[in-house]
Design a binder for this molecule. Structure first.
Ligand code: BG6
Length: 605
């Protein structure tokens, strides 16, 4: 996510803004900028790259003297990470400067409307429409004009605004993206999170959705969603800086597990308009493909294994999933009738890049599913669909993985509809199922306490089996990898139907078997596998949908996830498995965010 800092007081603003941006670096970003209210109006500097690069530019910029300003670190969503697309953005008349965190879903229609009115835009960002619209509405009253502006916005935003006509005041608004007020003595702050201001004050006010605010050195005024002034007492923060960077969680991994509902929301909601799935600017003639090949590494490959089943099930086109390090060297028979889909959180994984090039060299059309805007894979592929998970810091991916699943599900339904293979009723049911996922993921997170108790019971078991069929088997792969990569316990994902062909020999009293039973139509089959391993003394932890009660009789423990559409349940079923890996690793004293020998992105072979 982007990072925001705003300051007004009596000290030079530039050092305070730059220091605040440094503290927000952990959120991940690719450009940064600041704007300052000077005696000659608003001045700003901004550039792609790191905060220290921005600080070097600031040191050479003579016209940044001022005691009031805003700053921003940008995680690119709309528009590549260039100097022009960096925040702040200024209105064409130079009267307003704005920084923004979030996604304005209707920015194109607003932009078109303003361009028709003669407004000239400088950037490709969704953010710039806000400041140009504010300038367009401005009638001398900033707060009223800002309120009118945000009423036209659809989507999420945390905004901080400077107006040259109102020196010393910073204006703000919040909808779905966090924004806090830091209350100081003779100075006040805005920030995306506590990290940016905790060294100046520990007294903060959390703005709520729909609220606007304005700060000056000696006053903080907050207005509710109806424009009425509202009094909110500050709360006092007890965290230290390190804890603040993790939002109060002990590890980035837990923070990112808990962020999954909002990551899903940001990834799914902007792509469903009026009940129809819209896949950004993707232009693919699905009728020309007789085969789809999905290739990726690690958890991204496991997401591909889920996507393979969902896409083939709906589109009725043969779909394969293969690890990129294998695909790139096997001289596969693919051609212009093949669609190659590459999946990558970082967009920089060497094997996946090579696999993408292999597909292109053989004439295939290529589609990338990536989390980092402007990354190598995003630029190389013919088409790209972004997961808007925000930056993922923990090495073991969680929100990156589930948003990959969400994009694969959206793509499968969109493609099947294009191919005429999905009737209205089925399409509506799937779209409804997709829209329900963020809330269902939120409910699955409620399993956290129960999973923590199970981790305390089983954290020292070795050679844990994860078994399942069909989509459950694809989930078993990811659940097993999560456990291995952060707790270092050996585990194995196995097709439940394969157990009897050899591996059941390893099942002995005390062996922990995690049995995934969310695949509705194969439920009875997996339930019989549970009986087989139970008969040989295994301890069984089952993961099943809430409506399934029979599993109680067989399993030692049952984790119930919310019922989902039969093709969409992987998004919620993976959550207890992520939590299990986390709490087992915690019990075992492992370095959860930086597991030994692992890297967040393997950019070498
Ligand atoms: C590994 C990461 O290094 O690379 C995994 O630890 C990830 O979490 C895999 O799934 C692939 O990375 P990416 O960025 O291509 O999804």
């Amino acid at each position: 996510m982007c990072g925001i800092i705003g300051y007004t007081g009596s000290d030079p603003a530039v050092p305070i803004l730059l220091d605040g941006l440094k503290k927000l670096e952990y959120r991940g970003y690719d450009s940064a900028g600041i704007a300052v209210q000077t005696k000659d109006g608003l001045h700003m500097i901004k550039a792609s790259g790191k905060v220290e690069h921005l600080a070097a530019l600031a040191a050479q910029a003579p016209d940044l003297e001022g005691v009031c300003g805003i700053g921003h670190t940008r995680w690119a969503t709309h528009g590549s990470p260039t100097d022009i697309n960096a925040h702040p953005h200024m209105s064409a008349d130079g009267r307003f400067a704005i920084v923004h965190n979030g996604i304005i879903e209707n920015y194109l229609e607003i932009k078109k409307d303003l361009e028709e009115k003669g407004v000239v835009f400088a950037s490709e960002t969704d953010t710039e429409v806000i400041v140009q619209l504010l300038a367009y509405y401005y009638d001398g009253d900033v707060r009223k004009s800002l309120t009118r502006t945000i009423r036209r916005l659809e989507g999420s935003y945390a905004l901080a605004v400077l107006c040259a006509d109102v020196p010393g005041t910073v204006f703000a608004a919040r909808m779905s993206s966090p924004l806090i007020v830091g209350v100081g003595a003779g100075e006040n702050y805005f920030a995306s999170d506590i990290t940016a201001l905790i060294r100046h004050t520990k007294d903060v006010i959390d703005l709520e959705d729909g609220e606007t605010a304005e700060i000056s050195p000696d006053s903080v005024v907050i207005y509710d969603r109806y424009g009425s002034r509202t009094e909110k007492a500050p709360r006092h923060i007890l965290w230290d800086i390190a804890a603040a960077e993790k939002g109060g969680y002990d590890h980035f991994m837990m923070k990112e597990i808990m962020e999954q509902p909002q990551a899903l929301q940001a990834t799914i909601v902007p792509r469903i308009k009026g009940g129809q799935i819209v896949l950004d600017s993707v232009e693919l003639d699905m009728t020309k493909f007789d085969r789809i090949l999905i290739t990726a590494c690690g958890s991204a490959y496991h997401a591909g294994c889920v996507g393979r089943i969902v896409i083939e099930s709906l589109c009725r086109i043969p779909v394969e999933a293969e690890v990129a390090s294998e695909f790139r060297y096997r001289d596969a028979v693919i051609n212009e009738k093949t669609l190659v889909i590459v999946i990558s959180q970082s967009g920089e994984t060497a094997d996946t890049i090579a696999a993408l090039k292999e597909g292109k060299n053989k004439g295939a059309s290529t589609l990338a599913i990536v989390n980092v805007v402007g990354s190598t894979i995003a630029k190389l592929a013919d088409q790209v669909i972004y997961t808007w998970a925000g930056p993922e810091i923990a090495v073991a991916t969680t929100k990156g993985y589930v948003t990959q699943l969400a994009i694969l599900d959206l793509f499968a339904v969109w493609a099947a509809r294009k191919l005429g293979r999905l009737d209205d009723a089925s399409y509506k049911k799937l779209v409804k199922g997709l829209k329900a996922l963020p809330a269902q993921a939120q409910r699955a997170l409620d399993l956290s306490a129960g999973v923590k108790r199970l981790a305390a019971l089983y954290h020292d078991r070795q050679s844990i089996f994860f078994i399942g069929r069909n989509l459950d088997y694809a989930l078993a792969m990811e659940g097993s990898l999560k456990l291995k990569e952060i707790s270092y316990l050996h585990s194995e994902a196995y097709a439940a139907g394969e157990l009897k062909h050899g591996t059941i020999a390893l099942i002995e009293p005390g062996r922990l078997v995690v049995a995934l039973c969310c695949c509705e139509r194969l439920y009875e089959k997996t339930a019989s596998n549970i009986q087989q391993v139970k008969a040989r003394g295994a301890t069984v932890l089952a993961v099943a949908q809430e409506s399934k009660r029979q599993v109680y009789g067989e399993a030692d423990h049952v984790l119930q996830v919310p019922d989902c559409h039969p093709l969409l349940f992987p998004v919620t079923e993976i959550i207890p498995l992520q939590l299990l890996a986390y709490y087992v690793a915690l019990e075992n004293g492992c370095d959860i965010d930086k597991p030994k020998n692992l890297a967040k992105s393997v950019t070498v072979e």
